[in-house]
Design a protein around this ligand. Structure first.
Ligand code: MRU
Length: 341
């Protein structure tokens, strides 16, 4: 395979490496993801995370396994295991559907390699187009609030919502970015803060519970988030806490935009209630762990509810900013995300 490098994926000497997103920003560690067990474990642990990146990493590994001589049956099994590694982000399923079609070809080894490389190249372009479309909506002097991490770490390119923010910053239109820390796994506090710092974009880190008072005080001009799955009626699954922001934004009359590539669309999922929501370990809520160490503050027998994502109803979304352009609530209501469009 070609040598390939994104912010958080690397293919070199026919090996796949991932940038450990649990170790960031304290440590920059590249880990091998050489077989299905290793990659599935990295995905479970969120060392590889973000809807587009999960799908790309799984596709690249399949291509590398094919190149190393794995047979069609072995690859089909690997594909099925990777597909089941996380349930909510549909990019994984959409990417692997394309890899499955490549696997069905007579000459499946070059077909899988070409398809995986194409998916990475395409994702970069999708991010650029989202940034083009989205930045046109950012008004001069904007103070934008964002949640989770949607940047170069989570994609092969400049990111989705964070790509929009970065492009708007280049255009001189960003006054400040409010970064939700994003409990429980702190993708905002660890990853978005780090990416914005690297890009030289002014930001202030807040705990998730501070968004309401900032909005009430008139300090937020727009909310921009990514998505893990967009249903046919426009409902959006994204990192837990997104729904609260959408409710708050609507209450305060603040635009709430969702930025995502078309690979995040699930036209066959009729509405948000049909989106599978990943439930995660209690330890993520009873304390915190990372390269900085681990602490538990809750009682050892505390009962915990820990869904990784929530669903924002379409009615709360001001616009879906895709690589194909900005989709309005009216277009969504008329069925633009439905099958056949
Ligand atoms: O659990 P994570 O960190 O994979 O969740 C990520 C998100 O919710 C992102 O907002 C989404 O995947 C979009 S990334 C471009």
């Amino acid at each position: 395979m070609q040598t390939l490098q994104t912010t958080s994926l690397r293919v070199s000497q026919d090996q796949l490496f991932i940038l450990d997103q649990q170790a960031l920003p304290q440590k920059k560690i590249w880990l091998p993801a050489d077989n299905v067990d290793a990659l599935v474990e990295h995905i479970h642990a969120l060392r590889v995370r973000g809807a587009p990146l999960i799908g790309l990493s799984a596709s690249l590994l399949l291509a590398l396994l094919a190149e190393r001589g794995a047979g069609r049956e072995e690859l089909a099994l690997a594909l099925a295991r990777l597909r089941a590694s996380r349930p909510t982000a549909v990019n994984l399923m959409n990417n692997l559907d394309r890899m499955k079609r490549a696997l069905a070809q007579a000459d499946f080894v070059p077909a899988l390699i070409a398809e995986a490389e194409r998916l990475v190249a395409e994702d970069k372009q999708l991010c650029e187009r989202i940034a083009d479309a989205g930045s046109a909506l950012v008004t001069p002097g904007s103070r934008i609030l964002t949640h989770c991490n949607t940047g170069g770490l989570a994609t092969a390119g400049v990111g989705t919502a964070l790509g929009v923010i970065a492009r708007a910053h280049q255009q001189g239109n960003i006054a400040n970015v409010w970064v939700d820390e994003t409990r429980p796994l702190l993708q905002g506090g660890r990853l978005t803060a780090w990416e914005l710092g690297e890009l030289g974009i002014p930001y202030q880190l807040i705990t998730d519970s501070m968004a309401a008072s900032l909005m009430a005080n008139g300090q937020v001009d727009a909310v921009w988030v990514g998505a893990d799955r967009i249903a046919a009626n426009g409902d959006v699954a994204n990192k837990i806490g997104t729904y609260s922001l959408a409710v708050l934004a609507t209450f305060h009359g603040i635009p709430f935009y969702v930025a995502a590539p078309h690979t995040t669309l699930d036209r066959h999922c009729p509405h948000g209630d049909a989106i599978p929501i990943e439930q995660r370990a209690a330890s993520e809520v009873t304390g915190v762990a990372g390269s900085f160490g681990a602490v538990q503050w809750a009682p050892h027998d505390a009962q915990v509810y820990n869904p990784a994502f929530d669903v924002t109803p379409a009615a709360l979304v001001s616009g879906w900013v895709l690589d194909t352009g900005v989709v309005s609530p009216q277009a969504v209501a008329e069925g633009i995300f439905a099958p056949g469009h």
